[in-house]
Design a protein around this ligand. Structure first.
Ligand code: PEP
Ligand code: MG
Length: 578
């Protein structure tokens, strides 16, 4: 049994098929001056072939999988077109007088060193895209064929040292039922694509390729990150049963997709999805999300060599709005700083980053950066229903400054005759205790509130949300948190605006009755939680939820609230929870 990182949930039982993704071996040889031109030509020919192969692959994928994931191939095509990659290789051939493979390999090493130095995990893993592309060119030069994984026979689990997102897109889902790799992390594009295509996967197993041969039996538990090779009969039987139960349960949940998110007595509640990447949008739709309640745009900015310009931001935001239409997309402006680091902004190290120059504070300090994002968001609002909201607001002045810059962005677009939605709603996140206390004042300034409970709990209880040693003290049901939620919901409704929760609390089915009873209009969560929360919602009545919220507010400790809630859930909804 091997423990790795669960990249995509689901259980599969099948046969191992080891994919040859071993590195090509490159030998460096010196060349004579009159061989230089020939080597350069060979290099460009291999590049050209790699490009043609990728275009063929793109064509094949668009026929079999649709166009949703083609950006992966486009990324690879862009890497092939990268002038740095080519000019560096050509100058190495010319100046060092070495063979083309070796020159390209040296260039790759340089790129890899650059990516390895990136702090952000997501962007660090983009380095593997460059590696995959270079590998393809090297194979062409060495006359090795890039093995096509779509040619797998039977129902197999691919075991490989590493797989690229393009490999995953090639899979014939009838034949390839899952994959496991030595390398990889949860936020790699490979993991993201496998989640959105719902191919169970475990990555980061370190040495799994050395432990298996073709034909071995394999069980992959993508939720737990477990892989079992050649299971004994008992384990096999248990997993077969567990798999049936798991799949039955998932199917049952998905049946709720098109049923209204409403209580027994007809109270509607909007259940939306949180996304970090555009690739997650299909999954939100599949799970019945009625929009995106939180799009964390900072993922577009983290750890890159250059900050995304207005065009790139606009294209991404507009594409999400288009894919989600007619449902709304709520775009949060940049929430960097703190533990999310953007080197290009040259921020000083801070002693208390969580209390430092982050989120809206940073945006207001860098008005041009902020306005670029606001213009991109406004422009995207012409392509669907787009709302904007600001993170970590602690006072009215911040909202007014943000709105003034938004107005400037609007003026600039008007002057350039660029269309946007003049009625785009503006909201704020409630994440600080000060925002809770003056929620009535803040409510007069905006169209909606969204409570970021992850930070609100951190700041209210003074518990660092990233500190694993304090995790027991991080209590969502702490009376201070519940009272804060009530203050915020009441203030919003008194001012006639709506109020949502987009922190992790929103996706916890057991908390639904309290959040409903406190009067929240919307909850936004990860895709798979949507049907689970909906199930409880549809079993609840508003009156009952209000009673439960009332009762919950009467306890002195989180443990008492928890015990009360458990009792209620078991008696009222025992058959609804997994
Ligand atoms: C939150 O703080 O609850 C939230 C949704 O924002 P993030 O987790 O991105 O800080
Ligand atoms: Mg937050």
């Amino acid at each position: 049994m091997y423990q790795g990182i669960g990249a995509s949930p689901g259980i599969v039982i099948g046969e191992v098929r080891v994919a040859d993704r071993t590195k090509v071996v490159v030998v460096e040889t010196s060349i004579a001056a009159d061989e230089i031109a020939g080597e350069i030509e060979r290099f460009f020919a291999a590049l050209h072939r790699a490009k043609e192969d990728l275009l063929d692959l793109k064509d094949q994928i668009s026929r079999t999988q649709g166009t949703e994931h083609l950006y992966v191939i486009d990324t690879h095509l862009m890497i092939l077109d990268d002038t740095m990659l080519t000019s560096e290789t050509v100058s190495l051939i010319e100046q060092e007088m070495i063979n083309a493979e070796a020159a390209l390999n040296r260039t790759l090493k340089k790129f890899k060193g650059f990516f390895a130095g990136i702090e952000d995990e997501y962007l660090r893993e983009r380095g593997s895209d460059v590696e995959t592309v270079v590998e393809r060119v090297l194979r062409n030069m060495l006359g090795k064929r890039h093995e096509l994984l779509c040619e797998a026979e039977g129902r197999v689990v691919i075991v490989a040292h590493d797989l690229s997102p393009a490999d995953i897109l090639q899979f014939d889902k009838e034949k390839v039922i899952g994959f496991v790799t030595d390398l990889g992390g949860k936020t790699s594009h490979t993991a993201i694509v496998s989640r959105s295509l719902e191919i169970p996967a475990v990555v980061g197993l370190e040495k799994i390729t050395g432990e298996v041969v073709d034909g071995d039996s394999i069980i992959v538990d993508g939720a737990k990150g477990l892989v079992i090779i050649d299971p004994d009969q008992e384990t096999f039987r248990d997993y077969l049963q567990y798999k049936q139960y798991y799949e039955y349960r998932e199917k049952e949940f998905l049946k709720l997709r098109d049923l209204p998110a409403e209580t027994l007595d007809g109270q509607r509640m909007l259940l939306k999805g949180n996304v970090e990447f555009i690739e997650e949008v299909p999954s939100i739709k599949k799970h019945g999300g009625e929009g995106i309640g939180l799009y964390r745009t900072e993922m577009l900015f983290l750890g890159r060599t250059a900050i995304p310009d207005e065009e790139e931001q606009f294209r991404t935001y507009a594409e999400i709005a288009r894919q989600m239409a007619p449902y709304p997309v709520t775009i949060r402006t940049l929430d960097v700083g703190g533990d999310k680091f953007v080197p290009e902004l040259n921020l000083d190290d801070e002693l208390n980053p969580a209390l430092g120059l982050r989120a809206i504070r940073l945006s207001l300090r860098c008005p041009e950066l902020f306005k670029t994002q606001l213009r991109a968001i406004l422009r995207a609002s012409a392509f669907g229903t787009v709302k904007v909201f600001f993170p970590m607001i602690s006072g009215v002045a911040e909202i007014r400054s943000a709105k003034a810059l938004l107005e400037e962005a609007r003026e600039e677009l008007r002057a350039a005759a660029i269309p946007f939605d003049v009625n785009m709603e503006i909201g704020i996140m409630i994440e600080t205790p000060s925002a809770v206390i003056i929620a009535d004042l803040l409510a007069r300034e905006v169209d909606f509130f969204s409570v970021g409970t992850n930070d609100l709990i951190q700041y209210s209880l003074a518990i660092d949300r990233t500190n694993e040693h304090l995790s027991e003290l991080y209590e969502p049901l702490h009376p201070a948190v519940l009272r804060s939620l009530k203050i915020v919901a009441d203030a919003a409704h008194s001012a006639g605006i709506y109020v949502s929760i987009c922190g992790e609390m929103a996706g916890e089915p057991n908390y639904l009755p309290i959040l409903l009873g406190l009067g929240f209009d919307e909850l936004s969560m990860n895709a798979v939680s949507i049907p689970k929360v909906k199930k409880i919602l549809r079993r609840c009545s508003r009156v009952e939820a209000e009673e439960m919220a009332q009762q919950s507010l009467s306890f002195a400790t989180a443990a008492e609230v928890e015990a009360y809630l458990q009792g209620q859930i078991v008696t009222k909804f025992s058959d609804s929870i997994d």
